[in-house]
Design a protein around this ligand. Sequence first.
Ligand code: AMP
Length: 397
Amino acid sequence: MKIILVLNAGSSSVKFALIGIGKEGEEQDLARGAFDGIGQVSRWSVKRFDGLANKEITISNGMASNHKEAVSHILTWIDQNYGLASLTAAGHRVVHGGADFIQPVRLDAQTIAALRTLVPLAPLHQPHNLAAIDSLNELAPALPQMACFDTAFHATIPDIGRQFALPRAITALGVKRYGFHGLSYSYIANELARQNAGLAKGRVLVAHLGNGASLCAMRGGQSIATTMGFSALDGLMMGTRTGSIDPAVIFYLMRDQKMTADDVEAMLYQKSGLLGVSGLSNDMRTLREAAGNNRSAREAIDMFTYRIVREAGAMIAVMGGIDALVFTAGIGENDPELRADVIKGLEFAGFSLDETANNAKNRKISTAMGPVALVVPTNEEVMIARETAVLIDRDHK
Ligand code: AMP
C-alpha cells in the first residue's frame, strides 16, 4: 500500500491527512489532523481511523510560531506512529496553478519557482501553501512532493466565460477567471461517474457550500462555468467573504472613506459575508440557532440563500438546462433547511424537494419529478492523494 501525506496549509493552520492507496486503487483513511493557531496558542488534534488513540492537545504560545514548526510536529507524529519511511509521497493542496499548471505536478526547484511567481494572484493563500512545501523540502528532502491545484479543474471553461470584458492587454497579463474549489469539484465529478454514469454525462450544477462557497456548472464531468473568478472572493456570499460586489464600492471606500487597499482587502475577505451581515458569526450553525430572535442573523442566511439561487439561475442558463444539482461541503452536506430553500428557489427549473429524504440526510433529496437533487460529501484530501499516487506511478514507469 502507498501511504500519501496530504498537506493543506492556511494562514494559521496546517491540516494533514494520511491516506493509504492499495494496489487495486482501494483507499483507506489512516489519520487526519491539524495544527491550528500557528503563531498564537496552537492546538494540535489528530484522529486515527485504524484503531489507535485519538489525540487533542492545546499547546501553549510559541510551540508552533511558523509553518515549518507545524510541519515538523506533524512529521514527528507520523514518525512515532507509522515511521517516516512508510510514506510514499506528499501531496499539497495549492490554491493557484495559474494558466500553466492545469494538471498536478511534481515539485522541484523549477516548479516551485514557477508557483512563487503566482503569489500575486493569490496573495492570501499561495504563500502559505509554499511555506508548507518549503518546510517539507527542508525537513524530508527525500520525500517526493506533488502539487494539486484548486484551479486546474476549471481549465476546460471556454474563453468566453473565462475572460473579463477588459482590454486585451490586461487579459494578456493573466487577469481572468480561474475558479477555485477544483479539487472538490473533481472529487464530486468522479463520485457521480462512479455512482451514476448517466447523470454524470449530463448538465450538473455542483454547489460547494462551506466557509468558502462557489458553484460549478459541469457538462460531461467537465467545468464549463464557475462563480469564483480571478480570486476566491468572487461569486457567492461566503462565511467571511463578500462574493461579487460592484467594483465601484472599492473606489468609493478608498477615495471617500480613506481606507487603504489592505483595509478594503481585509474587509472583503475576512469581515464580510455571513459574519459581516449578521454581526455575529461566520458559522452557519451559530446563525441558525440565533435566527429565531436575531434579525441580522436571519437576514444573513436569507442573503446567502438568495445569492445561491440567483447565481444558480445563471449557471442553469449557461448549461442550457439542468439534469442534476449536487450539494456538498460543510453547509451543503449538513444544513437541510438551506438545501430546502435553495431547491424551492429553483422550482422554476422543475425541481421538486423530497422533504422526508432531505431531513433524513438521504443521498437523493428530490422527488421522481424533474431534475435530480443530491447530497454528495466531498473529500478533497482523497482527491489530492489520488492525484499524487497517479504521478508517483507515472514517474516509476
Ligand atoms: P467547510 O468549510 O466545508 O468545513 O464548512 C464550514 C461551514 O459548514 C460552517 O459555516 C459550518 O457552520 C457549516 N456547518 C457544519 N455543520 C453544519 C450543520 N450541521 N448545519 C449547518 N451548517 C453546518
